[in-house]
Design a protein around this ligand. Structure first.
Ligand code: 13P
Length: 340
């Protein structure tokens, strides 16, 4: 493991006011989103869509790293240039999703465990060879009656820590993603309590497995009420609950925290990140950034609809969301930015 290189990459991913763009949807997830818009669900359409994203003009001004999927990291632009090269030319660091998705957790109905540790060392070596400098693994924690169980939290934290240690061994920065899902009726307080328990367990496991905290990025959920909760707190309340939870549970040695968006609208995700960076400006030991998928991509995908003629407008929409989140990192985002 080259410690200095890991630390340098981790710092670069959250440097300045940039953040990460997740375009690592698995084929079934990507196809599902295409199907909703009537876009053909083919390998060529997925390739064309990812080409649209990574060729967005000036994307590298707001985006530090791009998370790819196994199919995407091997794909090329129509003119033959590998997408990884396009990303590097834009000044963006290529990364890769390395988990293999989730399965039912035995003996715990309704809960999930993320799979993918078998053969991981070999896959990491191949991805590093293909140009990846960091890797992501997502664990999902479902909140409900009697959920999450300790079994679910501990099993997922253990897997995340084992994956993170293997990444660092391979010279890749782990982007460690424990996601407490927004689905359900739970309150913001409950999400906060669950998120804190998950993060405490996770960092205990990361310590046990020997993960270098300075060479990783944490990718958590924001502390939010469930989508079906009648009480939807304002932006400042979400910001305070989220950062206070993180201050209690994330060691200062971690260089950066980059949120997932998890199904929030693009505008809300930007406004909440902005409020956190405004209200806690000089009180956070880590950079507070973004690693959004849907909250950056959604308008662009809706505009594109699989039509070549819509590519420039879709790219403008993608660039706009990236720029809004860049402003949110500085605490400079405001709703008027959305009137374009
Ligand atoms: P969302 O921002 O759409 O939640 O995606 C982020 C991600 O990488 C999920 O694993």
């Amino acid at each position: 493991m080259n410690t200095q290189e890991l630390i340098a990459t981790a710092k670069a991913l959250v440097a300045g006011d940039k953040g990460l763009l997740a375009l690592d949807e698995s084929n079934p997830t990507c196809d599902e989103r295409f199907a909703k818009l009537g876009i053909p669900q083919t390998q060529e359409m997925r390739r064309a869509y990812r080409e649209l994203i990574v060729t967005t003009p000036s994307l590298g001004e707001a985006i530090s790293g791009a998370i790819l999927y196994d199919e995407t990291i091997r794909q090329r632009k129509l003119d033959g240039m590998p997408l990884v090269k396009v990303i590097l030319n834009a000044g963006i660091i290529p990364g890769i999703k390395v988990d293999l998705g989730e399965e039912d957790l035995a003996a715990h109905p309704g809960e999930k465990i993320t799979e993918g540790l078998d053969g991981l060392r070999g896959r990491l070596g191949e991805y590093a060879h293909l140009g990846a400098r960091f890797a992501k693994w997502r664990a999902t924690i479902i909140v409900g009656s009697g959920r999450p169980s300790r079994a679910c939290i501990e099993a997922n934290a253990h897997a995340l820590a084992r994956y993170a240690a293997e990444c660092q061994e391979a010279g890749l920065v782990p982007v460690v993603e424990p996601e407490v899902l927004m689905d359900g009726e739970h309150t913001l307080e409950r999400c906060g309590a669950v998120t804190q328990e998950v993060l405490e367990t996770l960092f205990s496991q990361l310590f046990t497995q020997g993960v270098l905290l300075e060479g990783m990025i944490l990718k958590p959920n924001m502390v939010l009420p469930g989508l079906l909760c009648p009480s939807q707190e304002p932006v400042d309340v979400v910001a305070d609950a989220t950062v206070n939870c993180l201050l209690r549970s994330v060691p200062a040695a971690v260089p950066g925290i980059a949120f997932l968006s998890g199904g929030q609208s693009g505008e809300l995700a930007s406004a909440r990140l902005n409020a956190m960076n405004t209200r806690f400006k000089s009180r956070m030991p880590w950079a507070l950034a973004f690693s959004f998928g849907r909250a950056i991509q959604e308008p662009a995908l809706t505009i594109w609809r699989g039509e070549q003629a819509n590519v420039p407008a879709a790219q403008r929409a993608l660039h706009h969301r990236a720029t809004c989140n860049q402003a949110a990192r500085r605490g400079d985002y405001h709703a008027a930015m959305e009137r374009i």
